[in-house]
Every structure is written in structure tokens, then in C-alpha cells.
Design a protein around this ligand. Structure first.
Ligand code: ZN
Length: 211
């Protein structure tokens, strides 16, 4: 049985931490967590730095709004992940600078735009990070596109928009979003340099040990 009160507090604490470190500005970004009988998600137009646990949007198992403030307009991104990935218990969407920078690059591998530079990126995100093509914010066609990509990946990059990251718990999803942002920063800092990537054998070893 999940403790909803503790999860509400945890969403607000982790969101404030992301905001304080510049992973989110203004009202950008949203966080959701699965409950036994529905979902909690940050409200529309809310600032991750100043959330009120009592006002988080409460949705039922059919994604109907049953409590708190109105949910984020990007709620369907979260639904796409929960429907595609049975193990997903939380989803974090940010417009964080470095991951979004990668999401704006013209010539990247659309299945793995960030190369395996560090083991923690591979362990938290995996080998695949699909780039989902650009959609206008709120376009309902984005949901099936994200769901299709999420079936083979824990996280996706929305082209010219930002990352969406799932996790097996709330902290897992937040840590993965942070690791993705740092990996994107390293990748962008090292563009043009000769870099030593992890080899496919090293990546496979991480998959076997930490899969
Ligand atoms: Zn967004």
C-alpha cells in the first residue's frame, strides 16, 4: 500500500530541488507518480519550485481529474509512459537546458542521440533514448508517438522540446532525469573533441550487472 501523503510530500520536495538547481524554470516541467488507484501529477501552470502537496492534481484510474488543481496540460505524456511500461511508477518531464539542446540537434542518432560516455548514464537511462519528432505542445498525436517509443526505452527526447523520463519509483525517475541532463551536458561540452566512449562490451557488461 502506497502512502499518498508521503508521496505528495516527496513530489514537492524533489520538484523544489530540481527547480533550485535550474533543471526547470517558470512553470516548465511536470512530475507524476502512480498510486494504487490512479495518479498524482503537478498542476497546470504550477512552478516546480513552489508546489503545495495538498493541491497536486489527483486523477483516478481512468485519468479523470478527481481532486486538487487542474492537471498539467502535458498529462498525456505521462499516460503514454504508464501505458507502455508496466514497471513505470513515476514520470518526470523537464525542459532542462542540455537535454533540450541535444533535442534540437539536426544530425544525431535518433535511437541514441547521446553516446555511452559514462556508466551511470547507461545504468539509469539504458542504451536507447529515442528522439520523438516535433509536435506542437498539446497535439494529441504526441501521445501514441511517445507510447510507441517508450515501449523500448525508459526515457525519450521530444524534438525541440525536452526529455520525458520514467522510473521504477519517484526517486528513480528524478535521478534518471538528472543523470540524463548531466550526460547531455557532457556530450555537448565534448562535441568536437576526440572522446573515448564506453565500448559495446562495457555497455553489455553494465546491462548484465545492473540491467
Ligand atoms: Zn514540456
Amino acid at each position: 500500500m502506497k502512502d499518498e501523503t508521503a508521496l505528495r510530500e516527496a513530489v514537492c520536495t524533489l520538484a523544489a530541488s530540481l527547480f533550485a538547481r535550474g533543471f526547470s524554470v517558470g512553470s516548465a516541467g511536470n512530475i507524476s507518480v502512480r498510486l494504487e488507484d490512479g495518479v498524482l501529477i503537478t498542476p497546470t501552470n504550477s512552478c516546480l519550485g513552489r508546489l503545495d502537496p495538498a493541491r497536486l492534481s489527483r486523477l483516478d484510474a481512468a485519468w479523470r481529474h478527481i481532486g486538487g488543481d487542474a492537471p498539467s496540460k502535458e498529462v498525456f505524456m505521462h499516460r503514454a509512459f504508464y501505458q507502455a511500461r508496466a514497471e513505470a511508477q513515476a514520470v518526470v518531464h523537464l525542459h532542462s537546458t542540455w537535454a533540450t539542446a541535444v533535442a534540437c540537434l539536426e544530425e544525431v542518432d535518433a535511437r541514441a542521440p547521446i553516446p555511452p560516455l559514462t556508466p551511470y548514464f547507461v545504468m539509469r537511462i539504458g542504451e536507447t533514448l529515442p528522439v520523438v519528432r516535433y509536435f506542437r505542445p498539446g497535439d494529441p498525436a504526441m501521445e501514441p508517438a511517445i507510447a510507441a517509443a517508450a515501449r523500448t526505452a525508459r526515457a525519450v527526447l521530444l524534438a525541440n522540446h525536452g526529455p520525458v523520463v520514467s522510473g521504477a519509483s519517484l526517486t528513480d525517475a528524478v535521478y534518471a532525469a538528472e543523470e540524463l541532463e548531466e550526460a547531455a551536458k557532457l556530450f555537448m561540452l565534448l562535441r568536437g573533441e576526440r572522446v573515448r566512449r564506453l565500448t559495446s562490451a562495457q555497455v553489455a557488461d553494465l546491462g548484465r550487472r545492473f540491467g
